[in-house]
Design a protein around this ligand. Structure first.
Ligand SMILES: [Zn+2]
Length: 296
C-alpha cells in the first residue's frame, strides 16, 4: 500500500492534485472564487472578515501563500494599496505580479460608482482614484465578478473550463434569485436616509434606493474629530435618521454616542463572508440583509 501511494505521488505531484491555487485578498472574493472554482481549486484569503481590508497586517505567511499561488484575486481600485504591493514583492512569483497570467483585478468586471471626474489629491482623504472599491455589496457586481473569475480560471486551467463556467452560471442563477428576496426584505429602506461609518455602503444604497447624507468618518480613512461628530449629530436629528450601519471592524464609540443621543439604531455588520467556516456569498448577504431588516 505504501509503495502504491509513493508511486501515485510520483505520478501526480502534489501541486497537480491540489488544482489551481488561488489567493484572494478579502473574504467576499474568496467566497466567490471558491464557489466558481469548486473542487478544482484551493482558495486562501488574506484579510479576515474582522479586519479592515484597507489595513491588513502583511504577515509573512501571506507572502508564502502568494509565492505558491497560480492566481491572485484582488478588489483593486487601490483598496489593498497599503499592504499588498509589499507582499507581492516579497512573494517573487511572476504569475501573480501585476500583468502576470494569474493577476486578476476583479474591479475590471464590476460596474463602478464614485469614479472621480476631477483631479484628486491627498487632502481629500483615502479617495480611490478608480472609483469606490466596496462594489461586492451589489449582488449584480458579485455575479459579474463570478463570471469574470470563471473565464480567468478557464484560461489558466483549460481542462476544467466547463466546470468553472458551469459553477459561475450556477452562482449567477442562485444570487439573482436571492436578490429579489433581499430587495423585498429591505424595500422599506427606499427613500430613507441612513448614516454609515465609512463610504462602504454606496453600492448597497444605490441598489436599494436609500441615501447616505453623512458618514461618521469625515473622509475615508480619517477618524472623526469632535467638530465632525457635532455636525453628524445635527444631520441625524434634522433628517430623522433611524439607522446607523457600520462594519464590525470600525470602532463603535462614535456611533454609540450618536445612537444614544438621537435614538437611532446602530447595526454592526460583518465585514465579509466567514470564509473560514465556508460561508458562501449568498449566505453572507442573507445574514447582512437580515441584520439590517431587523433593525430598520
Ligand atoms: Zn473604503
Amino acid at each position: 500500500m505504501r509503495i502504491l501511494f509513493a508511486f501515485f505521488v510520483l505520478l501526480f505531484p502534489l501541486h497537480a492534485l491540489a488544482g489551481l491555487k488561488v489567493v484572494a485578498t478579502v473574504p467576499d472574493l474568496a467566497a466567490i472564487a471558491k464557489e466558481v472554482g469548486g473542487d478544482k481549486v484551493t482558495v486562501s484569503v488574506m484579510a479576515l472578515p474582522t479586519q479592515d481590508p484597507h489595513f491588513v497586517d502583511a504577515r509573512p505567511n501571506l507572502a508564502l501563500d502568494l509565492s505558491r499561488a497560480d492566481m491572485l484575486v484582488l478588489v483593486g481600485l487601490d483598496l489593498e494599496i497599503g499592504w499588498l504591493p509589499t507582499l507581492l514583492t516579497g512573494a517573487r512569483n511572476p504569475k501573480v505580479q501585476v500583468g502576470g497570467t494569474g493577476y486578476v483585478d476583479a474591479s475590471q468586471f464590476a460596474t463602478l460608482l464614485e469614479v472621480p471626474t476631477q483631479k484628486i489629491d491627498r487632502a481629500m482623504g483615502d479617495i480611490h482614484p478608480g472609483g469606490n472599491p466596496h462594489y461586492l455589496l451589489d449582488p449584480k457586481n458579485a455575479v459579474r465578478v463570478a463570471t469574470g473569475l470563471g473565464d480567468r480560471m478557464a484560461a489558466l486551467d483549460p481542462a476544467n473550463a466547463a466546470a468553472y463556467k458551469a459553477n459561475a452560471a450556477a452562482f449567477a442563477t442562485a444570487v439573482d434569485k436571492a436578490r429579489a428576496g433581499w430587495e423585498s426584505s429591505l424595500g422599506k429602506l427606499r427613500g430613507k436616509d441612513i448614516l454609515t461609518y465609512h463610504k462602504s455602503m454606496v453600492y448597497l444604497a444605490t441598489w436599494l434606493g436609500f441615501s447616505v447624507p453623512a458618514t461618521i468618518e469625515p473622509k475615508p480613512g480619517i477618524p472623526p474629530a469632535p467638530a465632525h461628530v457635532v455636525s453628524v449629530l445635527q444631520t441625524v436629528q434634522q433628517r430623522s435618521i433611524k439607522t446607523i450601519l457600520q462594519e464590525e471592524y470600525y470602532p463603535a464609540t462614535t456611533a454609540e454616542l450618536v445612537a444614544s443621543k438621537t435614538g437611532a439604531k446602530l447595526v454592526r455588520l460583518a465585514g465579509g463572508a466567514d470564509f473560514a467556516k465556508g460561508q458562501t456569498y449568498k449566505a453572507r448577504m442573507d445574514a447582512l440583509v437580515k441584520a439590517i431588516a431587523e433593525a430598520s
